[in-house]
Design a protein around this ligand. Structure first.
Ligand code: FAD
Length: 502
């Protein structure tokens, strides 16, 4: 083993990784987490840790010289994006030709940048996507555990009706209901009591100050405040930041050896060193974990990895669209960055769950924005590109079409009842539906295919997948509660059967 050894190493600090760290730490297993991003706990001179969406600075973006916001334009104007200095910022957009994937970078992974919506999938759909996982156990035990650990809470419906910051959601709800669609409140890990005090101007604003995709300075229970705090609190877990795992090999005796590249916040390489582990857990997210194993297989370092590695990747059917509201239906200049309502049209033959998303622009936009989750059956595959030493996603633009078709049926009806139309000015050109990016990358190391039914990688002992790459491309709702609950289920089994016995 290398000089630097730990019984357990976890790559990444997102949902799957954080759950695994807490449970290993609580069981007394010394555990090191390796995270390529930084720890977000050091306020800048202005007192803030993160930058907002209206004036993003270098903290917003992972090593780019310009921000890459999801809404590329407004009235076709390039107003959303700003030139910045390259830095270890919190949001990354990883591009593969026709598909770009947004991911969080830093201690807490996606929890730092996401919309905090904590949604449990419809049970019938969960049983369809993961038929060999015991649904009674998930719905009776692990989903409730995940929600309580994550700190999920619910908006007070009375306050919602009066909040200026949710006028945008009420306007969208009215249109949905008139077209015969149902809406539902969406649970959140953003503290709604805090938000209520933000509106009353009793505390510094965050969700009500256009903060979301570049991080929230207040109010959000990101993983660093929940699972990771508890994990470090066991005394057995340490987190090493700005430490990217590049390569995984295995010694004759079964020990895993990692090549770890350390950088500073400006991207200067401080050094490359080796670290070894008996038990290795991949929690680097769908892109990160899949890349590590595709690379390990195709460079011959873990040659027993099979064909299932790199397959079964999907976008959770993500499609974004905007509608133009009537002049007599303003949404107001103040929009909470945290969604609280969704259109639930999942019972249709062509299911759609559309979160009513804010456009926190700080001015009246006359727009209703939606991130629709659809049941898109298309899947992508990752292949190793030796020239770039990178796993490249095979996905072409036509594969987004089923998402567009499903969303169009719902929103055409809303537009026709309302006499409204789509917005054609939001995505950089004149398209109404954006499927060239996803917030919900899932799959690549699918449970029961690349791994056994608990995330043990096929072909290798003591090597585990814990994150969104286990889920076969779709959950039908926002995915982090599913990722969390599945990780809880898997690590319980692994602790009982694999780790404690050694
Ligand atoms: P991640 O959270 O992606 O964590 C992976 C971590 O590993 C990252 O910190 C990364 O930096 C690190 N890493 C990667 N590669 C390496 C490496 N080689 N070495 C070291 N570290 C590495 N989901 C919801 O349920 N509700 C929402 O409201 C919601 N909104 C979203 C909004 C946005 C803008 C985005 C981008 C996502 C949103 N999501 C939402 C999706 C959700 O955040 C992800 O599904 C979730 O974070 C995935 O968890 P994970 O454990 O798979 O990995």
């Amino acid at each position: 083993a290398a000089a630097d050894h730990s019984p357990a190493v976890i790559i990444g600090t997102g949902y799957g990784a954080a759950v695994t760290a807490l449970r290993l730490g609580a069981a007394g297993v010394p555990t090191v987490m390796l995270e390529m991003g930084k720890l977000w706990n050091d306020p800048a001179e202005d007192g803030t840790t993160f930058s907002d969406m209206l004036s993003p600075d270098r903290r917003s973006t992972w090593f780019k010289d310009r921000t890459e916001a999801p809404l590329a334009s407004f009235l076709w104007l390039d107003v959303a994006n700003h030139d910045i200095d390259p830095y270890a910022g919190v949001l990354d957009r990883v591009s593969f030709g026709d598909m770009s994937v947004y991911v969080g970078r830093g201690v807490g992974g996606g929890s730092l940048v996401n919309g905090a919506m904590a949604v449990i999938p419809k049970r019938s759909y969960f049983e369809e996507i993961l038929p060999r996982v015991d649904a009674d156990e998930m719905y009776g035990q692990y989903f409730p555990l995940a929600n309580s650990m994550l700190g999920t809470n619910h908006v007070d419906p009375e306050w919602f009706e009066t909040s200026r910051a949710y006028r945008f959601a009420r306007v969208s709800r009215k249109a949905a209901h008139r077209a015969g669609f149902r809406t539902t409140f969406v649970p959140s890990v953003y503290d709604f009591d805090y938000m209520r005090r933000e509106e009353a101007e009793l505390v510094p604003r965050s969700a009500l100050a256009s903060e979301v995709v570049y991080g929230n300075n207040h109010g959000k229970r990101s993983l660093d405040k929940s699972y990771l705090a508890a994990a470090v609190g066991t005394g057995n877990v340490t987190i090493r930041t700005l430490s990217e795992v590049r390569d995984i090999t295995r010694q004759q005796d079964g020990t895993y050896v990692l090549e770890v590249r350390r950088i500073d916040e400006l991207g200067n390489v401080l050094g490359v060193h080796q670290m070894s582990a008996k038990h290795l857990f991949l929690g680097a997210g769908s892109l990160g974990s899949t890349e590590l194993l595709v690379r390990a297989r195709d460079t011959g370092k873990l040659p027993e990895l099979g064909e299932a590695v790199g397959r079964g990747w999907g976008t959770n059917g993500n499609v974004m669209l905007g509608r133009a509201n009537h002049a007599w239906d303003p949404v107001g200049p103040l929009e909470s960055g945290m969604p609280a309502l969704g259109i639930d049209a999942w019972d249709r033959p062509d299911p759609v769950f559309a979160e009513i998303a804010p456009v926190p622009a700080g001015l009246e936009t006359w727009a209703s924005l939606y991130l629709a989750i659809t049941r898109n059956p298309e899947r992508g595959t990752f292949r190793y590109d030796p020239g770039a030493d990178r796993a490249v996603l095979q996905w072409d633009v036509d594969q987004g079409q089923p998402s567009i078709d499903a969303a169009k049926r719902v929103f055409d009806r809303i537009n026709s009842v309302e006499g409204t139309s789509y917005r054609y000015d939001l995505f950089g050109d004149t398209r109404a539906f954006e499927t060239r990016f996803t917030y919900h990358p899932l799959g690549g190391l699918v449970l029961g295919e690349a791994t056994d039914l608990y995330g043990r990688v096929a072909g290798y002992d003591n090597l585990y997948v814990t994150d969104g790459s286990l889920i076969p491309g779709s959950t039908g709702v926002n995915p982090f509660v599913t990722i969390t609950a599945l990780a809880e289920r898997n690590i319980a089994r692994i602790l009982a059967e694999d780790v404690r016995r050694t």
